[in-house]
Design a protein around this ligand. Sequence first.
Ligand SMILES: *[C@@H]1O[C@H](CO)[C@@H](O)[C@H](O)[C@H]1NC(C)=O
Ligand SMILES: *[C@@H]1O[C@H](CO)[C@@H](O)[C@H](O)[C@H]1NC(C)=O
Ligand SMILES: *[C@@H]1O[C@H](CO)[C@@H](O)[C@H](O)[C@H]1NC(C)=O
Ligand SMILES: *[C@@H]1O[C@H](CO)[C@@H](O)[C@H](O)[C@H]1NC(C)=O
Ligand SMILES: *[C@@H]1O[C@H](CO)[C@@H](O)[C@H](O)[C@H]1NC(C)=O
Ligand SMILES: *[C@@H]1O[C@H](CO)[C@@H](O)[C@H](O)[C@H]1NC(C)=O
Ligand SMILES: *[C@@H]1O[C@H](CO)[C@@H](O)[C@H](O)[C@H]1NC(C)=O
Ligand SMILES: *[C@@H]1O[C@H](CO)[C@@H](O)[C@H](O)[C@H]1NC(C)=O
Length: 442
Amino acid sequence: MSRKIFLTFLAVISAVNSQSNPCNASSTTVETQADLDILSVCSILTGDLILGTNLVTADINGIRTIQGDLVAANAFDLQRITAPDLAHIGGDFNLTSLTILSHVNIDSLDYAAGLHWRNLPSLTRLEPFYSKLTHSSRFSITDTGLQSFYGPNFTTAENVQFRNNKNLLGIVVNFHNTSGSLAFIDNPLAFIRLPELVLVKNATFRSNSGMELPKLTTVTGSVEFSGNGFETLIIPKLQTIGAGDDPDTEETFSGNLTIVDNKNATTIKMLQLTEIFGNLQFVGNSVENVDGFPLLLDVHGSIDARGNFSKITFPSMRDIRGDFNIQTNAEFDCSDDVDRLAGGIVKGGYFCKGATSRGGSKPTPVGAVVGGTVGGLLVIAAVAGFLFYRRRKVKSRKAGLAGVTVGNSNQLGGIEIVKTPKKAYNVVGGVDAANGAGGIKT
Ligand SMILES: *[C@@H]1O[C@H](CO)[C@@H](O)[C@H](O)[C@H]1NC(C)=O
Ligand SMILES: *[C@@H]1O[C@H](CO)[C@@H](O)[C@H](O)[C@H]1NC(C)=O
Ligand SMILES: *[C@@H]1O[C@H](CO)[C@@H](O)[C@H](O)[C@H]1NC(C)=O
Ligand SMILES: *[C@@H]1O[C@H](CO)[C@@H](O)[C@H](O)[C@H]1NC(C)=O
Ligand SMILES: *[C@@H]1O[C@H](CO)[C@@H](O)[C@H](O)[C@H]1NC(C)=O
Ligand SMILES: *[C@@H]1O[C@H](CO)[C@@H](O)[C@H](O)[C@H]1NC(C)=O
Ligand SMILES: *[C@@H]1O[C@H](CO)[C@@H](O)[C@H](O)[C@H]1NC(C)=O
Ligand SMILES: *[C@@H]1O[C@H](CO)[C@@H](O)[C@H](O)[C@H]1NC(C)=O
């Protein structure tokens, strides 16, 4: 045997070995439980594991690490996935359109680079695998039958989404900081608790039941609350919105605060909010007295306030760099405001329109405001009727502030702490307040 032939022979042996080593395939598709059992000798699977469309159960034993993806799609007979030893998925863990899948138990999972579950209508309950899941860069739970989702304790989580989970009553996720985006969209029954979240880039809360963000301090991008069912939203610690991640670019970045069409909302308060680098949009909520921003000093963009409120107050406001637009269907005295806005507080246009009120208000747009100072107070108060209007005028004159109704110690010093109403907790069903902040329950 020549040297050349010998070498070729060795190469063939090694190629055969590599191919037949089940742990080392770049991708393995399993169609039966027996196929999976063969893989149970592999503590590390270097490639992808694909659960085929003929599987009825998938009990993945022995495998601790899948370096590629773990995926299952359109396996319409698949009822169960268990993987008690699996701790690490280097790629995506995707479950898509598994219509009768009702049981997923992956108790040891600590890391999955991505986790995307979509269209799992029969998955109503989860074993708490995610209590150990601390890292997942991309995470989405969409169109599932899940009723609750308590956990995980993410230390790294970017781009987390919960969408269109119609049965979901409670979501608790122990995020800390995330430089990514959170989106909770169309989970109409869900009360969302993010008890540890301090800093987030973007956050969208659209069409959920309610939310609780007790530690949220900074939103570097934009935050939206729209179409939610809550009556009360209190964010006690939020200070700045929209400054960007990079302090050097903060002048060019401008995240917005959007609070729109929360039709049942009668109380919305952000008690420590001082600065919004973009716009404040407060439209279509049921708040009667818009007074939930007692410390708001600067809005670098515009304020757009539209609804049925009869009073709107920003007692600490110093600077609105864009427009200030007020439109309300309630009786509202616009004429009263011009003087008090005349401090250069509003750098853009000031527009105000209320329903016609007795008492001689002028419910017409008022142009750009220029003039003297009003001591940092910006207050627009509406009158409910002639008598009240007159009485207020008299009182104001006495106070020497021409009708400023706030700014006294009661309002400025006494930050109101209002408990989340009972109703919000009832909606959750499973979460009890005592167990709340760190609690992971199923
Ligand atoms: C598995 O594949 C890698 C390359 O991906 C190779 O270096 C290694 O030798 C293979 N291991 C076995 C047991 O075949
Ligand atoms: C997993 O799902 C996400 C979202 O649909 C998709 O972007 C990603 O490519 C999927 N990964 C795999 C391996 O299919
Ligand atoms: C979260 O962000 C805040 C504000 O930037 C920072 O003070 C805190 O240390 C961060 N916490 C973690 C766990 O990264
Ligand atoms: C944050 O939201 C804004 C507006 O909705 C969007 O343009 C931007 O891409 C989002 N950023 C991330 C990281 O998702
Ligand atoms: C507002 O409250 C009513 C009555 O409690 C309820 O039926 C409705 O679903 C709520 N709206 C939203 C958007 O949750
Ligand atoms: C804030 O809203 C304005 C006006 O809708 C928009 O042009 C801008 O892109 C928004 N900013 C961010 C960061 O989304
Ligand atoms: C405001 O009042 C109008 C009628 O005056 C009503 O159609 C609308 O639903 C109300 N909006 C809210 C948010 O309550
Ligand atoms: C999750 O974090 C909370 C507090 O941040 C802690 O109380 C709880 O024990 C943690 N759960 C797990 C499973 O690590």
